[in-house]
Design a protein around this ligand. Sequence first.
Ligand SMILES: Nc1nc2c(ncn2[C@@H]2O[C@H](COP(=O)(O)OP(=O)(O)OP(=O)(O)O)[C@@H](O)[C@H]2O)c(=O)[nH]1
Ligand SMILES: [Mg+2]
Length: 339
Amino acid sequence: MSQSKYEYVRTYEESTDNVLLKDCYIVVRVDGHKFHKFSKCHDLFKPNDKRCLDLMNESAKHVMRAFFPNIVMAYGQSDEFSFIIRRVSDLYKRRQNKITSLIVSSFSSAFVFYWSQYFSNQPQNACHQSVPLQYPPAFDGRCILYPNSKVVMDYLRWLPLQYPPAFDGRCILYPNSKVVMDYLRWRQVDCHINNLYNTTFHALTGHYTKYVLNSTDNSYTFTPNWTQSAGADPPLPLTPREATERLSKTISSDKHEILFTEYGINYNNELQQFKKGSVIVLDISQQLMQSIVSKNKKKKKSLDVKGDEEDIDINSYLSVSYIDVIKEEFWSQNQSLLT
Ligand SMILES: Nc1nc2c(ncn2[C@@H]2O[C@H](COP(=O)(O)OP(=O)(O)OP(=O)(O)O)[C@@H](O)[C@H]2O)c(=O)[nH]1
Ligand SMILES: [Mg+2]
């Protein structure tokens, strides 16, 4: 094919298309852009909205399926998710731009795609059809009878996206498994510190949402603004400024004490998902990995691009838990993860 005279501009791309150093773990972290505003606009429950955190997990699982089997683990809390890519991965020939941009965009579109499953009981797309107006609209009113509180709650949970959310992304290289473990410990400590602060802050301001989990079927009930009705004589809610001032010189044990003595909240009973964040592991045996590698070799495909894994139910290899990754125990039980 003959080349146009403008073809030379392509050479300029090479200088910014970094190839990531071999034999290092690649970590890509996505983070919600201005999620403070996003959560306010969508009236998310404080300090944690389980619907949003579950949606983040669903979006992360989509990314792990899309790049199967390159991402061995993911960790998420608040509006962020970190993806750990195998040390020996040759995903997109380790081109940084390609890897970061694809992970961020897959995550963002999954977040929008699955939104209605978590924030609505309406069929997909029902709330997003936009049809040009043909004539001035009129509104009717309707009265609906619901037989029980579950259906009323489902109705109230119906919440269309108000605007397209965005996520930023960054890519970091780590030279060995110890630093990757410390990276994940760093994110989990951050989750713990922020969650304890936010839980106490929103208790003080009266906006704390209490969740009760039914561990037999994983269903849950929740009560927004719970502290306003806590006990017979609940403390008066503070303004955000007063709450910030009250917490300014407190240490961790002070916050536990405020929660327990003033509101009857035992922080230890908060959902593990809120206290620890979400850990998603690709639990795939070396044997299965080997068979995928050899199958792809036969088809002259490398591990970098997802092969024909239609026969594999990838979801069955993805496990979500709210486990401690700071202690050694997790790592000794998952020794093959960071090989
Ligand atoms: N109410 C509520 N807010 C949440 C929840 N998860 C995340 N957020 C909000 O998301 C913010 C995430 O923090 P940051 O990433 O530091 O802040 P940001 O506003 O996203 O700013 P940038 O990341 O710099 O764009 C928190 O401060 C909360 O305001 C949730 O479950 N409920
Ligand atoms: Mg953010």
